[in-house]
Structure formats: structure tokens, C-alpha cells
Design a protein around this ligand. Structure first.
Ligand code: ADP
Ligand code: ZN
Length: 219
């Protein structure tokens, strides 16, 4: 089984790479962003609470996120199902809580994989990013979206996320720098960090990740 975290700024390609990895490693992707957007769509109580933060590019409070992840990791552990976390942890308390959860489950994190992308590139990608309404896949159109473009994965309708607007993008980057970047040190000190260059085309980045995962311990 593998239990993997993907670290990286908004727009670093975590979701895209997780989608590619899941077939290869028979893992499920747990995207906290997708999960919260689904709750908003369903107009659940959780969705209503999360939305207030997400629309501003702020983080959803730690206690909410940790509760969600506790349930999910237990579920997959009991099924012996490998998983890739995309978007969690995003703060130090979340990181600590995750390692604590795994300890209680008597298992270990395989690795925290950092997808390293310069900030100027993140802004460029997010401002041109379109997301599939149906499957959540994303595609970048730096020169504007062609009128009849649809999702390359499933043919679904493409839209621009509310938080992929200029001011919100800048705030998400600020939040990333302040809250999430410190996790790089945190996992480095625990000997769990692996870095991959995330600047380039998705195929070569996927190859870089595959190279790293080859050498990871499985349990
Ligand atoms: P991106 O990685 O492109 O910023 P995500 O889809 O991962 O986007 O997350 C979108 C939003 O969902 C975040 O800006 C935040 O408000 C909320 N969110 C997702 N994961 C977490 C988390 N682990 N902790 C707090 N908020 C989260
Ligand atoms: Zn799709």
C-alpha cells in the first residue's frame, strides 16, 4: 500500500499528476478541494460553511478538515486501499494531525512529494485554468478558451472556478506561502520529503514522479 501526500502551490499540477498516478499505483486520489466543491454543489451544511472561506481564497478551518480526513484515511486503511492526498495537509496543525492519525492506525506515510513550480508560473497557469464540471480535470488556455472546447477526459462542460480570478489567486498564493510552505521544512526534517521539478510538460513531470515512486517503500 502507498500513502502519499502531494505538496505544491495552487496550480502546481497536484491534481493532474495525482490523476495520472492513480492508475499506475492502483491508488485513489483524495482531493480536498474537489470534495469541498462537491459539498457546495450538494448545498450541504459542510458546503455552506466551507464556501465562505473558499470564495475568498482562505483556508477552511483545521478542525473541519482534520475531521474529514480522519474518516477518509480510516476508510481506505480498512480496505487496504492506497491513496494520494491532493490538497491536504495545508497547515502545520493539519500535518501534525495527519501523522497522528496514521500513528493511531499503526501505519506510516510513504512520502510527501513536493511539486516545485516558480510562483510566476503558478499565476500564469491559474489565470488560464478551466475545470471540468463533471470530472474535475483541468486544462490551461493561455490565449483564451476556444468557444466549443470541452473536457478532454470525459467531454464535460468547462468552467472557470470562482477562486481562479485574479485577486483570489493572489490571496491563495499568499495563504500558500504563509501556511503551506512551512510544511516543506516539516516533512524534510522528518525525512519524508521528495522533490520533483514541476516546471515543464505534464508527461516529463509524471516521469520524474514515477522515478521517485519506484524507490518508495511499500507496506
Ligand atoms: P488549489 O490547489 O488549486 O488552490 P484546491 O481545489 O486544492 O485548489 O482548494 C480550493 C480551496 O479549498 C482552497 O483555497 C481552500 O479554501 C479549500 N481547501 C482545500 N483543501 C483544504 C485544506 N486541506 N485545508 C483548508 N482549506 C482547504
Ligand atoms: Zn471531464
Amino acid at each position: 500500500m502507498i500513502r502519499l501526500i502531494l505538496l505544491g502551490g495552487p496550480g502546481s499540477g497536484k491534481g493532474t499528476q495525482a490523476d495520472r498516478m492513480k492508475e499506475r499505483y492502483k491508488a485513489v486520489k483524495i482531493s480536498t478541494g474537489d470534495l469541498l466543491r462537491e459539498e457546495i454543489r450538494r448545498e450541504s451544511e459542510l458546503g455552506r460553511r466551507a464556501r465562505q472561506f473558499m470564495d475568498k481564497g482562505e483556508l477552511v478551518p483545521d478542525d473541519i478538515m482534520i475531521g474529514i480526513l480522519d474518516k477518509i484515511t480510516q476508510k481506505f486503511e480498512s480496505r487496504k486501499q492506497s491513496y494520494i492526498l491532493d490538497g491536504f495537509p495545508r497547515t502545520l496543525p493539519q500535518a501534525e494531525a495527519l501523522l497522528e492519525m496514521l500513528k493511531k492506525q499503526e501505519v506510516a506515510l510513504s512520502s510527501a512529494l513536493l511539486i516545485d513550480v516558480p510562483e510566476s508560473e503558478l499565476v500564469r497557469r491559474l489565470s488560464s485554468r478551466w475545470t471540468c464540471k463533471n470530472c474535475g480535470a483541468t486544462v490551461g488556455y493561455p490565449d483564451g478558451k476556444p468557444r466549443h472546447a470541452v473536457c478532454g477526459q470525459c467531454g464535460g462542460e468547462l468552467y472557470q472556478r470562482d477562486d481562479d480570478k485574479k485577486e483570489t489567486i493572489l490571496n491563495r498564493l499568499k495563504v500558500y506561502r504563509k501556511n503551506t510552505e512551512p510544511l516543506i521544512r516539516y516533512f524534510e526534517e522528518k525525512g519524508l520529503l521528495k522533490r520533483v521539478n514541476g516546471f515543464g510538460d505534464p508527461d516529463s513531470i509524471a516521469a520524474g514522479i514515477a522515478e521517485i515512486l519506484e524507490h518508495l517503500p511499500r507496506t
